[in-house]
Write a protein that binds this ligand. Structure first.
Ligand code: SAM
Length: 343
């Protein structure tokens, strides 16, 4: 285990159809032919989410302690995520604390980018190395339908600012959903080429809060790749020293920009997975699809020593699943969604 993803909040300022949809109509997008609705879906039945109360969230000192103990056990890559991590007040303070932990050589954040311009400088100064943005569409209207927010211009501004401030490499993630944004695959790849960044296409996973996931909404990575290949003659990027990398990567022939395919549904890479997750309320998960969570809060708040926390982490890791069970008859979707687990 080398990679720890730390969620700092379960809240989000976006309402992506496939994650935290705004309304019942949006949640059932696959049935309501959402794409035909000109201004997005009518807001008739809003979904009232219940967020975790503040006291249940780990304090920054508590997160720092878990990361320090984990780093002592070999974790060297830490990603701050959420929910939307930039919604948590003073997240740059946490970044600063994590950046100072010996052994953390790679400190990244995943964000929808909307609030990034107001925090970028502080995050850079605090020691954040890299940022991954989520951007599913380059078409403002489609972006709004998918995320429930008029946010494309803000996200683009965030991406360009990240470049100017020297965050490298810049990755942009797009979840591809059949009939929703799969017609934009080539445009999104073109964006990576034009701006010399890494565009990563992610298969839609059964982690949505509305349980609307259906296999035929998943656009397999191989199909995405074939379509991009038809336009550009991509060259594979070999990374034999990084078997645990989630993305299979290709670069454009002129060396500008890169495309990654993350295909956990059609081509699971569980055997190489070296990731652990810490939820905002202090639960450790050994897989995105774990049905069991391991609560560290009683230890952290009950006077346990760092040694006790370390032992618990080792014990938890020993029980890591061999793989997820998507597509198998006994697959059970976890109770918590991507926004709570931390993507
Ligand atoms: N708010 C931040 C963001 O938007 O990047 C971080 C958290 S978000 C849950 C992390 C990533 O999970 C995003 O790239 C999002 O698109 C992805 N995601 C959420 N639900 C998903 C699903 N059901 N299948 C695949 N990816 C999903």
């Amino acid at each position: 285990m080398r990679d720890l993803r730390v969620s700092v909040t379960d809240r989000c300022n976006f309402r992506c159809l496939y994650c935290l949809p705004e309304t019942e109509e949006a949640a059932n997008f696959y049935r309501t032919r959402w794409a035909g609705a000109p201004g997005g879906l009518p807001v008739t039945r809003p979904i009232a989410y219940e967020w975790k109360p503040r006291v249940e969230l780990l304090a920054y000192e508590e997160i720092e302690r878990v990361v320090r103990v984990a780093a002592g056990l070999g974790i060297d890559k830490v990603r701050v995520t959420g929910g939307e991590p930039l919604l948590r007040q003073g997240v740059e303070d946490l970044v600063g604390r994590l950046a100072r932990i010996p052994g953390v050589r790679d400190l990244a954040m995943t964000t929808n980018g909307f609030l990034f311009p107001s925090k970028a400088q502080a995050l850079r100064e605090a020691g954040l190395h890299r940022v991954s943005f989520s951007m599913d569409s380059l078409d403002a209207a489609n972006f709004r339908r998918m995320t429930g927010r008029d946010g494309l211009a803000g996200v683009l501004e965030g991406i360009h600012l990240a470049r100017r401030l020297g965050f490298t490499p810049i990755k942009v993630n797009a979840v591809v959903i059949r009939g929703m944004n799969d017609h934009e695959v080539e445009d999104l790849a073109g964006f990576a080429h034009e701006h010399d960044l890494s565009m990563r296409f992610i298969e839609f996973m059964p982690l949505d809060s509305s349980r609307a996931w259906q296999r035929d909404l998943v656009v397999p990575g191989s199909e995405i790749l074939a379509r991009i290949h038809a336009q550009w003659n991509l060259v594979p990027v070999e990374a034999p020293d990084r078997p645990s990398e989630t993305a299979r990567r290709w670069r454009f022939p002129d060396g500008r920009g890169e495309v990654g395919i993350i295909a956990p549904v059609s081509e699971p890479f569980c055997g190489h997975c070296n990731r652990l997750r810490l939820t905002a309320d202090g639960k450790v998960r050994t897989c995105l699809f774990s049905l069991v969570e391991h609560d560290l809060r009683p230890l952290l708040r009950g006077g346990a020593s760092d040694g006790d926390v370390a032992l618990r982490l080792v014990e938890i890791v020993r029980g890591k699943e061999a793989g997820h069970r998507i597509g198998r008859p006994d697959f059970v979707q976890p109770a918590r969604t991507m926004s709570c687990i931390g993507g």
